[in-house]
Design a protein around this ligand. Structure first.
Ligand SMILES: Cc1ncc(COP(=O)(O)O)c(C=O)c1O
Length: 436
């Protein structure tokens, strides 16, 4: 990068700090100034092209022409708040709900995933009359006052509130006491039982268990078989509901299913949606059984000025149609499997790769300093993310130790893109060995 270009970035950073304040998150040691996107590609201010292996929000590809056209068409016709009769939103709701199991018959539109989870928690409390919430100890479900109580990336001021119980996130790779199979599943179920008992003891009761069905923010562990089904059964027996947060796992990401919850063997009571729903346009949603929505509306009389306005609905509808028209579910399955196969081949040559996992086009590559002790290689993960950025490939990292490379490209990612990623990853890991 030339001195002139460095000063361009420095000037933007200083301006951002002055106008947006300190500590606003930015990716990469050398932050990027992106100016254009198309399909799986992004371009920076110098015209340099990057392969996007990170962004799940533009899941149908950056600036998909049909989505752009749908947005422009509706924006040029009508956009109002949500208290008028409107067919655009009903047409979308109808098609969206068709993709869920038959008992999930209503949708409430929001603007973000955080808001959707906030509504879902209130709904569960209205339905059950209880306040207790069970989540994992390595999660993130959003940033509202209520939902940020579940986050593990920071401790809420004053500590976690009394109605929150954080159970250990299922772990498949670095398991305590060498447990596996049903013994591992039962050890995690014991923690669910403890959480339920503790909420009951304190008179709070159980309103819901809220989890991402693929535990994405937790690092994409392989969940012990039968865990989710049994955990949900226990929660339901205690009077609580199952809320599936599909903000990350939904809209065909996992390849096998449109919705990640289908991998859990149980149909949720409430499903929350966000991120890819509008390909970057802010729209989220809460899908629920009718009786639960009725109980919620009696208690809260919910209204959202922007959630599900005609433009958002037109955009959401087009995104859904593109996913179906372009067969992106099948693409996520095929290319995801191809990518994982390639990564496992890389693991035969690079000891730093401890584990490759995930489903569809959501892949985790766990880096370790030593395969025997499985010590997390967090610094190596950081180095790989930054080195790939310099090679024109955008990825990120996740997990409790921030040592799991997070590969989650737009769903139009093809085998040729996977090949490019694998080649650059190979060179990057070889370079890493030389440094170590
Ligand atoms: C699983 C999950 N749920 C909810 C959210 C919050 O969504 P939003 O940022 O749209 O509020 C996130 C954001 O990262 C998420 O990962």
């Amino acid at each position: 990068m030339s001195i002139q270009q460095t000063s361009h970035i420095q000037a933007l950073l200083a301006r951002r700090e002055r106008l947006l304040g300190p500590d606003t998150p930015l990716f990469y040691d050398r932050p990027l100034h992106l100016v254009r996107g198309e399909g799986v590609w992004l371009w920076d201010h110098e015209g340099r092209r990057y392969l996007d292996v990170y962004n799940n929000v533009p899941s149908v590809g950056h600036c998909h022409p049909d989505v752009v056209a749908a947005l422009a068409r509706q924006a040029g016709k009508l956009n109002v708040h949500t208290r008028y009769l409107d067919e655009v939103v009903l047409d979308y709701a109808e098609d969206l709900l068709r993709t869920f199991d038959p008992e999930l018959t209503t949708v409430t539109f929001t603007c973000t995933g955080s808001e959707a989870n906030d509504v879902a928690l209130q709904m569960a409390q209205a339905v059950t009359g209880s306040t207790g919430i069970i989540c994992t100890n390595a999660t993130y479900h959003g940033n509202t006052a209520a939902v940020s109580q579940l986050a593990s990336i920071f401790t809420p001021v004053g500590g976690y509130k009394a109605h929150i119980r954080r159970i250990p996130s299922p772990e498949s790779y670095r398991v305590d006491a060498g447990l596996s199979g049903t013994a591992l599943r039962d050890a995690y179920l014991d923690k669910v039982a403890e959480a339920i008992a503790s909420l009951r003891r304190e008179g709070l009761g159980v309103s819901a268990v809220l989890v991402c069905p693929i535990f994405a923010n937790e690092g994409l562990p392989e969940v012990p078989a039968g865990f989710m089904e049994a955990a949900v059964k226990m929660v339901r027996e205690a009077g609580g509901l199952f809320i599936a947060d599909e903000v990350q796992s939904g809209f065909a990401r996992t390849g096998d299913h449109m919705w990640g919850y289908r991998m859990t063997g149980t149909v949720p009571d409430i499903v929350t949606l966000g991120k890819p729903m509008g390909a970057g346009h802010p729209i989220g949603g809460v899908v629920a059984r009718r009786e639960h929505l009725v109980a919620y509306r009696k208690q809260f009389s919910y209204f959202n000025t922007f959630g599900g306005n005609p433009v958002s609905a037109a955009v959401g509808h087009e995104v859904l149609k593109v996913i179906q028209r372009e067969g992106l579910l099948g693409n996520a399955r095929d290319v995801g499997a191809y990518l994982r196969e390639g990564l496992r081949r890389l693991a035969q040559r690079h000891d730093v790769i401890g584990d490759v996992r995930g489903s569809g086009l959501f892949v985790g590559v766990e880096l370790v300093t030593d395969r025997r002790t499985r010590r997390p290689a967090s610094q190596a993960a950081r180095a790989v993310v930054n080195a790939l950025r310099d090679r024109g490939i955008l990825i990120s990292r996740i997990g409790v130790h921030d040592n799991v490379l997070k590969l989650r490209p737009p769903l139009v990612f093809a085998r040729e893109h996977a090949d490019q990623l694998l080649a650059e990853m190979d060179s990057t890991l070889t370079g890493l060995q030389r440094v170590a």
